[in-house]
Design a protein around this ligand. Structure first.
Ligand code: MRU
Length: 366
């Protein structure tokens, strides 16, 4: 995607061939800043403090983090330490474990002196693969949108509601839920996006709105509680979200608040799609509510807000009274029965064990 007209990914190697560069997403939308990662500690902090976020980008950063770690200590102990420290950064997005398992399996049989180069090459490959997977999701999602738009008689405005940020900022490029939106916009379907602000961190208001602006996609930011109202009034044609972990049975874990949108969509007959690349499927888990670890990010993000003051400076402000506790589960699980379909790189399937096994028979059988 483009930033001020320049094609840009969210993570890349600097000219020296080993320093990793990322867009610091904690500074958007008010500041566009590129940050360098040179050590394992830098990569861990970038994921934990959410300079990078979104399941696929967390996985890609972890892969690069392994490569940075191998430059410092390529021994077996160094490999285990890097795996453990990166794994501990965030618990919910399964792409993190997927990338770390992939790197560890490839690096373990190699002599230590070959590990840094091999890890770097694989990290670059994982990034390139992510771009291809997401573009393919975009193509399949475009077909879904086109069908829905045509069935409605090609209205002048095709209203899509999305939650959190599952755009190119959450991946290496394209995004998952936003890839079909970009494809549809470019194909001439008159897409308009309702952007849930997504409290507490406002990934919708700050990140999704920013990247839709960069691409010129018409959109409107709404508070998280408005989606149901717009659905009741026929102003949402389809919902589409990303996911941090989808079970082998089609339960979808995503940003807190996704479940409520899916309930409202069901009550109003609005199709509810989830876009995901296959590394986001956790084939070891069947019951999303019971088995997926939900990140608890502590009270500060609920009690405070970050934004730009009239002076132009950015600052944190406190919105709750002194002494009021706050709870902050970062994700929730939408049961498969509320999901109309899963849009993957291999096509669209039912959110069910049978649906996923039909598209990924080799994984379901393993
Ligand atoms: O806490 P975040 O910002 O990492 O949460 C991101 C999401 O919930 C996304 O919807 C999900 O990772 C899918 S990204 C393609």
């Amino acid at each position: 995607m483009k930033v001020n007209g320049t094609p840009t990914r969210t993570i890349w190697l600097a000219e020296d061939g080993h320093t990793v560069e990322i867009i610091d997403q904690t500074r958007l939308p008010h500041h566009y800043e590129v940050t360098q990662l040179t050590t394992l500690g830098d990569a861990c902090r970038a994921i934990k403090d959410m300079l990078v976020r979104g399941a696929p980008l967390i996985g890609a950063t972890a892969a690069h983090g392994m490569a940075l770690a191998m430059r410092g200590d390529p021994s077996d102990v160094g490999l285990t330490t890097a795996y453990d420290r990166l794994f501990a950064t965030r618990p919910t997005a399964v792409n993190l474990r997927w990338a770390l398992d992939d790197l560890r399996a490839r690096l373990t049989p190699l002599p230590p002196e070959q590990r840094a180069a091999a890890a770097r090459a694989r990290a670059v490959e994982i990034c390139d693969e992510d771009v291809a997977l997401n573009e393919s999701i975009g193509d399949h999602g475009l077909a879904v949108f086109r069908t829905l738009w045509q069935r409605k008689g090609k209205p002048e405005r095709f209203n899509v509601l999305t939650h959190c940020n599952a755009g190119w900022l959450a991946t290496v490029d394209w995004g998952t839920a936003l890839a079909p939106i970009y494809k549809a916009h470019d194909a001439g379907i008159p897409v308009h996006v309702w952007v849930d602000e997504t409290r507490p961190r406002n990934q919708g208001a700050s990140l999704t709105a920013w990247e839709l602006n960069q691409h010129g996609v018409p959109h409107t930011v709404i508070v998280d509680n408005a989606g149901g109202h717009f659905m009741q009034h026929g102003m949402v044609d389809v919902c589409i979200v990303g996911t941090d972990r989808t079970t082998s049975t089609g339960d979808v874990c995503n940003k807190i608040g996704t479940y409520l949108k899916a309930l409202a969509a069901k009550d109003n007959g609005v199709p509810f799609y989830v876009a995901l690349p296959s590394p986001t499927i956790d084939w070891t888990v069947r019951d999303g509510v019971a088995e997926i670890p939900i990140e608890d990010r502590g009270p500060d993000e609920v009690q405070c807000l970050w934004g730009r003051l009239e002076s132009g400076e950015t600052a944190w402000i406190t919105v709750t009274p002194e002494g009021s506790p706050a709870a902050n589960p970062a994700f929730d699980v939408t049961p498969s029965r509320l999901v109309t379909g899963l849009i993957t790189e291999r096509g669209v399937c039912a959110a069910s064990a049978e649906g996923l096994a039909g598209l990924f028979p080799e994984r379901a059988a393993a």
